[in-house]
Design a protein around this ligand. Sequence first.
Ligand SMILES: [Zn+2]
Ligand SMILES: [Zn+2]
Length: 427
Amino acid sequence: MKKLLSLLTLSLIALSLTAQSSDLKEMIDQRADELEEQVIEWRRYFHENPELSNREFNTAKKIAEHLESLGLEVQTEIAHTGVVGILKGGKPGPVVALRADIDALPVIERTDVPFKSTVMGEYQGNEVGVMHACGHDTHIAILMGVAQILTEMKGDLKGTVKFIFQPAEEGAPKGEEGGAELMVKEGVLKNPDVDAIFGLHISDDTPVGEIEYRPKGIMASVNSFDIKVTGKQAHGSAPWGGIDPIVTSAQIINNIQTIVSRSMPLTRQAAVVTVGVINGGVRNNIIPEEVTMQGTIRALDEEMRQLIFKRLETVVQNTAESNGAVAELTINKGYPITYNDPELTAQMLSTLEETAGKENVKLINAITGAEDFSFFQNEIPGLYFFVGGKAPDREASGHHTPDFYIDESGLKLGVRAMANLVIDYMD
Ligand SMILES: [Zn+2]
Ligand SMILES: [Zn+2]
C-alpha cells in the first residue's frame, strides 16, 4: 500500500511537472498578447532613433534600463556597445542564450510611417541618413518582450537565460572590431557557459505568421579575396618582350569558373566564387606590369569552403606560372557559415511548429548572404530562423533599401517562438 501511495505521488509529481511546461507556454501566449502593444511601442522607439554599428550608445542604454528594471544581472559595453542580461531560473538546468542584433544602416528612410527616421549620422567620413533598414529594431523589441515574459516565470524556469543584445551585425566601421566575433572573443558564451543559442531575423518577404528554417547551412560563409598578378611591362606592339598580366588575369578568371562547376560536390550544397573587380593598364599600347582583382567566396558547407580555398590557390598560382607571371592570392577573414546544428534543429522543430502551426513552418533553400550569428554557432550548437514580417497588401522592397517595411503584427510570433524555445529546451 505504501509503495502504491509513493508511486501515486511520484506520478502526480510527474503529471504536475508536465503540466507545468504547457502551463508556462499558455502563460507565454497570454503575456505575448498583452505585451504586443508594448513591444510595438519599443520597436517604434528604436526605429525612430536608429544608430550605426558600434555606435549604438542610446540603444544600449535603453536596453540596459529595461533589463535592470526586470531585476536581471546586466553587463554593458561588451564588444563596445553590447548588452547582456542574465536570468537565473528557480530550478537547475542548462544555459540558453537568445540573441538580438541592434544596429542600423546608412540608409535614408523613404517610408511613410509616422515613426520614420530622420536621423543623420557619419559613416566612413560621409554624412548619411540612418535607418533600421534590416529590421534589427524589431529584434531588440522582441527580445525585450521575451526577457520580460521569462522573468515573470523565473521561479519555474529550469535553467539560466542569457539575453544577448549584439552590436555591429552589419559590420564594424573600417579599422574597428565588433559584432558577434568580438562578443565571443570577450567571453559572452562563458561564465555561465552557454549550452545552446537561438537567433531570429525578421523577413520583409515572408508572410506574417510564418517561420522559415533550414538545418545545417542556412546562410553562407563569406570571404573576400584579392589577387595581384605581376608580369613584365612591354610595348603593346611587341608583347614577346614582356609578360602580360592582362592575358594571365583573363585566364585566371576563366579557370576560377571551374572551381564550382568542376570541383564542388554540388548536390550537397551550393557555392559561389565571383570576381567583382579587375584593375590594370592605363593605355591601349602598353602592356602593364600589374593587374589586381577582388572577389567573394560563398559556401554553405565547411568542407566545400576549405576546398574552394585550396582550389583557388592552385588555379591562381598555376595559371600565373604557366604564363611566366607571378600571382599573389590573399583570402581575407570573413564570416563562417550560419550553420544550424542538425540535432538541435530536429529537437526544436516541434516547438516552432507548435508555436506557428505546422503548416506555417517552412523549410527553405539556403541563402548565399551571410550573418555573423555564425560566430556563436562556431562555438556552440545554435538555431537561426526567419520570422514573417510581410504585410499582405504591400510588395516587399527588400532589406537594406530606403522603402524597407515590416508589418508589426509579425512581431508577436517572434516573441512566442523565442520564449517557447527556451521552455522546451530546458525541458
Ligand atoms: Zn542587414
Ligand atoms: Zn539583418
